[in-house]
Design a protein around this ligand. Structure first.
Ligand SMILES: [Zn+2]
Length: 94
């Protein structure tokens, strides 16, 4: 059996939360979120991180990782592309 009182309480809580988010929505100015900790930051922030040292460090690390991944991709595709180009060249010559 469902406790009607509890249900009513839950509904009241939910609707009050909903009303709260609606009334608060108008006050929020355009902003972005730190890509590391998701703190609200200035929309002009570049890179898209807050001013916390750990976020700056993590962002730098991520950028370095991305660079490494990109280089690895180049090498990886290069390994496939070189024999392919070579085969193409020899077939054109032959
Ligand atoms: Zn942050």
């Amino acid at each position: 059996m469902v406790d009607a009182k509890k249900v009513k309480e839950m509904v009241a809580k939910k609707s009050s939360q909903f009303m709260g988010s609606v009334s608060g929505a108008g006050k929020v100015s355009p902003h972005m979120h730190c890509r590391i900790c998701h703190e609200p930051i200035s929309i002009k922030a570049d890179p898209r991180i807050c001013k916390k040292i750990e976020c700056i460090e993590k962002n730098e690390k991520d950028e370095k990782n991305q660079r490494t991944v990109r280089i690895a991709m180049f090498v990886f595709f290069g390994l496939f592309a070189i024999p392919y180009i070579f085969a193409l060249a020899t077939s054109l010559m032959g």
